[in-house]
Design a protein around this ligand. Structure first.
Ligand code: DLL
Length: 445
């Protein structure tokens, strides 16, 4: 959609980038999905040896997939399969037709690389444009992109989306907090795009310097890592903005696979491009809507790197109730974190997000660190929690009763004992990208 056409969108529809798609009837969405899935299955079968082999091995012919109802017949694809196929094994177009590579931020094993044709980039940028418009963005906004640029998809994705909407785009990339704040003030940035942990760091700095009234920010689009509602409220309060969640992963395109609307009650999956399923991570069984399980995505419009039934490891719940924003796309809840991030401590499942909820409800910030060790064959959970300046001024007795309160609430939430250590303000390293909050030392024993 061109900028000129956008100007013609009636007033009441301003919060949609592509209303005819975002608010399409469920029948229309299903029709797109059926047609595009069939086309994608033929495309990969004809162009990617990996898919041809695995479908042949499982006795599946491309013609067996006639609609979304047949999706379950296809095998899952995992990150390991993508690593095995590194670098060009899953490329579905001649190399000359691909125009971009991005890569996951994984630190272990072979990296996963994803390829894009120009159409893939356009589709991806449109998804991000939908997210920006849903957050109130118009061509009059100054979009401050502090996600990293480069192999990471955050910077390029939101930058592309911002251009589509016609916003004035500030390609800041991550880091240099001093410069970020300077530009934010001088240029009147109105929409901030970065990870929630970096937003929290910027918010903390803004508060310390008492410069909130010099900012023109109205909204933030934060994603790339799990964050809690408590963290959202903290950032919203400190920066005087509305904070929107955005989800995505490199393998499926990048940010914008789903995005939050003004209702802030789940992220709408861009279902014209992606089919979403929730499965039981242990059995692979598809679960009914409303049940918690692993997110699985199938891309149905991508040319260079289409993925069928890709297991994300992200634990989530789907909601198909009608959203009052008018969008008809299914919503996914905030992912609780990756199943890979889930710690099993003394046999109990522990998500960092559960710990974060307790800490922020007790007036702490998102600056904390979880350390798991094994002593005498028993797991030990230590949590370093940074105090605010006001807390630090208290007496030792006050501090130990504060520690005890957190220990008790964590016991109630997790069902296990965690040692809590209140540490000095500013002693936990801040993150400019995705925060590393868990240090599991048990493998070293
Ligand atoms: O993080 C893409 C992205 C960039 C999304 C900017 C949103 C904003 P990867 O580096 O490949 O891609 O990491 C993907 O990050 O499987 C989730 O585990 C996690 N993740 C992404 N968004 C969210 C979110 C980008 N909103 C992995 N909430 C995914 C929770 C998220 N986790």
């Amino acid at each position: 959609m061109t900028m000129k056409m956008k100007g013609l969108i009636p007033m009441q529809q301003r919060n949609y980038y592509q209303p005819e798609i975002e608010c399409a009837s469920r029948e229309q969405i299903r029709k797109w999905q059926d047609e595009r899935l069939v086309k994608t299955v033929h495309h990969v079968y004809e162009n990617v040896a990996y898919y041809r082999d695995i479908m042949d091995k499982n006795g599946i012919r491309p013609d067996d997939i006639k609609s979304v109802d047949d999706l379950h017949k296809l095998p899952f694809l995992t990150k390991n399969d993508l690593r095995e196929a590194y670098p060009y094994g899953l490329l579905a177009v001649p190399r000359g037709e691909a125009v971009r590579i991005h890569s996951t931020s994984g630190t272990t094993g072979k990296r996963v690389v994803a390829f894009y044709t120009q159409n893939d980039i356009d589709m991806w940028n449109e998804c991000c444009a939908r997210a920006i418009v849903a957050a109130g963005g118009t061509k009059d906004d100054v979009v401050h992109v502090s996600y990293g640029y480069g192999l990471f998809t955050g910077g390029a994705g939101l930058d592309g989306g911002s251009h589509k909407v016609g916003c004035l785009t500030l390609p800041m990339s991550s880091g240099s907090t001093e410069r970020q704040l300077q530009f934010m003030c001088d240029l009147g940035s109105t929409i901030l795009c970065c990870t929630p942990s970096y937003a929290a760091y910027l918010a903390e700095t803004v508060q310390e310097r008492d410069i909130a009234d010099q900012l023109k920010l109205k909204a933030g689009i934060f994603g790339a890592e799990a964050w809690t509602e408590e963290m959202r409220h903290d950032i919203e309060e400190k920066l005087h903005i509305k904070a929107y969640d955005i989800y995505g992963l490199t393998e499926i395109s990048g940010p914008g696979v789903s995005f939050e609307c003004s209702e802030q009650h789940g992220m709408h999956v861009n279902e014209d491009n992606f089919i979403v399923e929730i499965i039981d991570p242990n059995t692979g069984e598809v679960l009914p809507d409303g049940e918690k399980g692993e997110l699985v995505f199938t891309s149905i419009t991508k040319e260079a790197f289409p993925l069928l039934r890709y297991r994300t490891r992200d634990i989530c719940v789907l909601n198909r109730e009608k959203c009052s924003c008018g969008r008809t796309f299914v919503r996914m809840a905030k992912p609780m974190g990756r199943s890979d991030d889930m710690l099993i401590v003394k046999g109990v499942n522990v998500f960092p997000s559960q710990i974060e909820t307790v800490l922020l409800n007790n007036g702490y910030t998102s600056n904390y660190q979880i350390i798991v060790t094994r002593v005498n064959n028993s797991d030990v959970l230590d949590i370093n929690v940074e105090m605010t300046e006001e807390m630090f001024a208290g007496t030792l007795g006050q501090m130990s009763s504060k520690e005890k309160k957190v220990v008790d609430e964590l016991k109630g939430m997790l069902g296990i004992y965690a040692k809590v250590h209140l540490v000095e303000p500013k002693s936990i390293v801040r993150s400019e990208g995705k925060a590393v909050r868990v240090i599991d030392k048990r493998n070293l024993y």
